[in-house]
Design a protein around this ligand. Sequence first.
Ligand code: ZN
Length: 255
Amino acid sequence: MWQTNAVAMRAGASQGSAAGTARGAPNYEAMLIDSPYFPDELEALPGLLARAGFEPDALVATHADYDHLLGRVAFPDLALGMGEPSVVRLHQEPGAAQRELRDKDAELYVERARPLALGHVQTLPVPGSIELGSEELELHPADGHTPDGMAVMARWCGVLCAGDYLSNVEIPMVEAGLGDYRATLARLAPLVEAAETVVPGHGGPHDRDTALRILDEDVDYLDALERGDERPALPKGRDTREQRRIHAENVERLR
Ligand SMILES: [Zn+2]
């Protein structure tokens, strides 16, 4: 019914974790980035991860859209880490994520045991980095889809979690500035070059070449959007009625 991605990541224990703690840098052993959406997926997740040797001690959301914030449903004892712009957005739009989740659930006939509670939210440095075991996760700003957003780069294992960018199933959804969106694609390009696997928020994980192709297609799409094309050629695989609807919304927002 929907394609959303959550990424679990872990790294070996840090030799220098005491030093890391002394510097005040957060240090974790296993992390869940973004979240599944459906209640049965969230219920199955802790057991599924544990059997694969992942015991998350940290949750991270790439941005403050409701479909990325559900990690605490699976791991209620953990705080949710987000970049400062996402934390600011949550404060500026109190209850918005909860309302949007409720509306989507109603549309999809999804029932939940309880409404979404964000609990303790932890502000992460963006741009910046956090320690995962003995390794480092880079946090890069990624705004334009929304006014907040970050991409998470795990350089040691070649994985880039792009948030809601570089999707093979969704055209760029430009809810913040077109210029910001372009700047984010430019910032992501060298990260994609350095990655082996790129995981978008929605759609499939890509190898580097596929992600670079999608990035080019998205730049072309933004050009067409900026020209105000009513019916631009949409990329192969994304030329659907739903994506035409998203395009019409993009055009409307930029008017
Ligand atoms: Zn999303």
